[in-house]
Design a protein around this ligand. Structure first.
Ligand code: WT7
Length: 637
């Protein structure tokens, strides 16, 4: 397969960009022609940002797995679709060709059907990074069930909230998951999440760690047993379900500025076109190359650039179960060497943490197969950029700094590898179809170059969020009400003298810890669940490795004894309510929180103190109790 819409020169990019702005419908129709449709669309785009209503390729019918699997069989049946590398360097890797993946997806689709899953049903997937996770995800799409993948690091309580919100009736999980030296008991976490649950009809458990699990009669079944039943049936084919272009493909929960995570909804055709188009263009994928995205499939990066983008392009996608630093900090480079990886896509947090181990882990590793490097999830600082460029890319691999969000489905602002210019710490230029703009607090567009503002997008693109599950008003409020007729990203942004974009970070109450989004309100709610806590306020602070760390100011009822133990208890509580990723790095017990007379917490001041910068705390005169600030500063010393 070649990609007629792959932009190979800067001029081609400029032409495509101009066309995408001047005649978006014609532009996207031409791209969409390249896919397999069961029925062609009636209208390319129907939209308004007021409701919002976003409909791409309306009237069209298709199935994304037909585009990710069936259509490659004629030319790529025996080429690797998924290469899987174990957490354990001594365990043999696995390769699934397109033919094998096609077979296994249908086999598991049969398992889903046998267990009563129907089109439109929500299936929660809570698994480690094994090929069965990709198989389960694609099997849902095969039969038109809506998948909702939950990252393996979320707690039972966090899962329970998500199951409830999605109204999920089915779960696919594993006995456990390996991650570095750890063995995470996934099934047991699911059991805890299901205490009191009344909607889940079936839990399908795949064997990975052989950790003992309890299987509830009538509810829990083994993946392997269910596959055997399908084999006994003679592995019947499962024709791909006919989906409308705007039928929901998946829900993925992400954090916002309120305490309740929201279910971001992506639909079938637009998401497929967008992940494919951005994959082929940002990374400049060439047939036969090995693409290694190190994200977990529990996050959008894994959905879009391990599964749907690469597979829809007939690419070879590498799935890695482990972590960069186990058994040692050379693990990524070992994987790159072993599979002659062409494209490596990872997060600044991973780069910074590996930088800390020096150059020894890289020595003797053959990285000469690498052609393109990618960065995602948070701003990449210049130091990390240069290290990545010099020591991993050996000064010959373009680095794509890809800015995007769970809500955008795929890459929005990024250089195209080797095709458009790069600039350290800059995401650079918008992809075709993306119309970024910067606005001030009043929503007035800031024109020209060399300016700062809040980043918005003016016009729909195929991969954009359609709604927040069962709560359309929340979608409108969060993204489309701050500024009229604009999608608001929540990010601050600089446009330099050359018109290049540099993302400066979130301007709302959302933290970005190790490239993972966590709402401050979510962490506060979790802390407040602890019996000894009266009130809390959470802010981010700069962290050398994680990008941002979590700093919690807590008003604590100290009658329960030892302060250090109490802090440990609070950390435990957060871990139980949300998951280990949300654990505060620092907790400070304070007598009160700096509030205005109207009761609003002045986070600006708390952020400054957390940063250790107390030289200028700004105007504190509007505070209810200005003396409190000095007390907190003293405690923080
Ligand atoms: C937030 C979205 C994109 C998939 C992974 C994270 C930040 C993302 C970049 C980048 C600077 C970035 C933004 C964005 N972000 N990529 N290249 N440079 N910041 O998805 O969890 O939805 O988080 O991550 O702040 O809003 P997410």
């Amino acid at each position: 397969m070649n990609y007629p819409y792959q932009l190979r020169t800067f001029e081609a990019y400029q032409d495509a960009y101009n066309k995408s702005i001047n005649d978006p419908e014609a532009f996207w129709a031409e791209v969409a022609e390249q896919f397999t449709w069961k029925k062609k669309w009636d209208k390319v785009l129907d939209w308004n940002f007021k409701e919002p209503k976003i409909e791409w390729f309306k009237g069209g019918q298709l199935n994304i797995t037909e585009n990710c699997l069936d259509r490659h069989l004629a030319t790529k049946a025996n080429e690797p679709a998924i290469i899987w590398e174990s957490n354990d360097p001594n365990e043999h890797h696995r390769v699934l060709t397109y033919k094998e993946l096609h077979f296994k997806v249908q086999q598991f689709a049969n398992v889903l059907l046998n267990n009563g899953v129907q089109k439109g049903d929500r299936v929660c997937i809570y698994m480690g990074m094994i090929p069965e996770l990709a198989i389960a995800t694609l099997a849902c799409a095969r039969i038109g069930a809506i998948h909702s993948v939950i990252f393996g690091g979320f707690s039972a309580q966090a899962i329970a909230d998500r199951l409830d919100d999605a109204g999920a009736e089915f779960i696919v999980t594993c006995d456990g998951a390996f991650r570095g030296a750890k063995d995470i008991p996934l099934k047991s976490v699911i059991d805890d999440a299901l205490v009191g649950n009344k909607t889940i009809k079936r839990v399908i458990v795949c064997t990975r760690t052989r950790t003992p699990v309890s299987m509830l009669k009538g509810r829990d079944v083994w993946w392997e047993d269910e596959i055997k039943k399908v084999e006994t049936m003679g592995n019947p084919k499962v024709e791909s379900a006919t989906m409308d272009a705007e039928d929901i493909l998946f829900i993925l929960y992400t954090s916002g500025s309120t305490g309740k995570p929201k279910g971001v909804v992506h639909t079938t055709a637009g998401y497929m076109v967008w992940t494919n188009y951005t994959f082929v263009n940002a990374f400049q994928y060439q047939p036969g190359q090995v693409h290694f995205c190190t994200a977990d499939i529990g996050w959008i990066t894994g959905h879009s650039y391990i599964i749907y983008g690469p597979l829809s392009a007939g690419a070879t996608t590498l799935m890695f179960e482990g972590v960069p630093t186990w058994p040692d900090a050379g693990r990524f480079w070992e994987v790159v060497e072993k599979f002659k990886v062409d494209i490596l896509y990872t997060a600044p947090t991973a780069i910074r943490s590996l930088m800390g181990f020096g150059l020894d882990p890289i020595k003797g590793k053959d990285l000469s197969s690498l052609k393109v490097l990618g960065s995602v999830g948070e701003p990449i600082n210049e130091e990390a950029w240069h290290w990545y460029n010099e020591h991993i890319g050996q000064n010959r691999c373009p680095i794509v700094d890809t800015w995007w969000q769970t809500e955008t489905g795929g890459v929005m602002i990024s250089n195209l590898a080797g095709v458009t210019p790069s600039k350290p710490s800059y995401a650079t230029l918008p992809l075709p179809g993306i119309q970024p703009c910067l606005v001030d607090e009043n929503g007035t567009e800031i024109e020209g170059n060399g300016v700062n503002g809040n980043l918005c997008i003016k016009f729909p693109w195929p991969g954009m969020i359609r709604t927040t599950y069962k709560d359309h008003e929340r979608c409108r409020q969060t993204y489309f009400s701050t500024y009229e007729n604009l999608y608001f990203t929540g990010d601050g942004c600089l446009r330099d003298e050359d018109g290049m974009y540099r993302i400066t970070g979130r301007v709302d109450d959302v933290l970005n810890v190790s490239g993972h989004r966590i709402g401050t309100a979510e962490v506060e709610n979790a802390i407040n669940m602890h019996a000894g806590v009266i009130e809390s306020a959470v802010v981010g602070f700069p962290h050398d490795i994680k990008g941002q760390g979590i700093f919690a100011y807590v008003i604590y009822d100290g009658t329960h004894g030892d302060a250090n133990l109490s802090k440990q208890d609070i950390i435990q509580t957060v871990s139980r309510i949300i998951g280990p990723i949300a654990k505060p790095d620092q907790i400070l017990f304070v007598p009160g929180l700096p509030k205005t007379r109207s009761g609003k917490i002045m986070r600006r001041i708390l952020r400054k103190i957390a940063e250790g910068d107390t030289s200028n705390l700004g105007d504190t005169s509007t505070l209810l109790d200005p003396s409190l600030v000095q007390q907190i500063v003293e405690l923080a010393k």
